[in-house]
Ligand binder design. Sequence first.
Ligand code: HEC
Length: 119
Amino acid sequence: MKITHSIFILLLISISLSKCSKETIDENSIGDVIIDSVFYDTDIKPLIDANCIGCHSGSNQSAGLDLSTYKLVKFGAEFGTLIKRINDPQFPMPSAGLMTADNRGKFDKWVADGFLEKE
Ligand code: HEC
């Protein structure tokens, strides 16, 4: 009787714990873990072009930030707040809302691998 009781409680605890960690990952600021190598030319530039370039290049360089070349994006990711801001649910970049966890994970992988430019 007692053993059944504690097993039941353990089960309840583990269910609520797993629920908790899942929610944290979903609603927040952690990108997916990406396994394949990520390159600027084939992975990062298309994301920048689709999500950032309109406000961060040419005559519209919001916050003085130009993201139109490999070197500039690398600089922002390495020394600036680029990675922080694309994962910031409160002040996201793009400002309209966070990119998917998959796309944000690609930036993390790109940084972790040392900013590979092309295959
Ligand atoms: C709709 C316009 C718009 C888009 C799209 C946009 N940004 Fe921004 N961004 C801004 C504005 C305006 C600021 C300055 C205000 C602020 O910091 O929120 C800014 C600020 C930033 C900053 C902080 C710069 C600093 O030195 O303080 C970073 C980093 C940044 N953006 C990166 C990005 C990235 C990366 C993308 C695409 C994933 C992106 N932005 C898309 C308008 C935009």
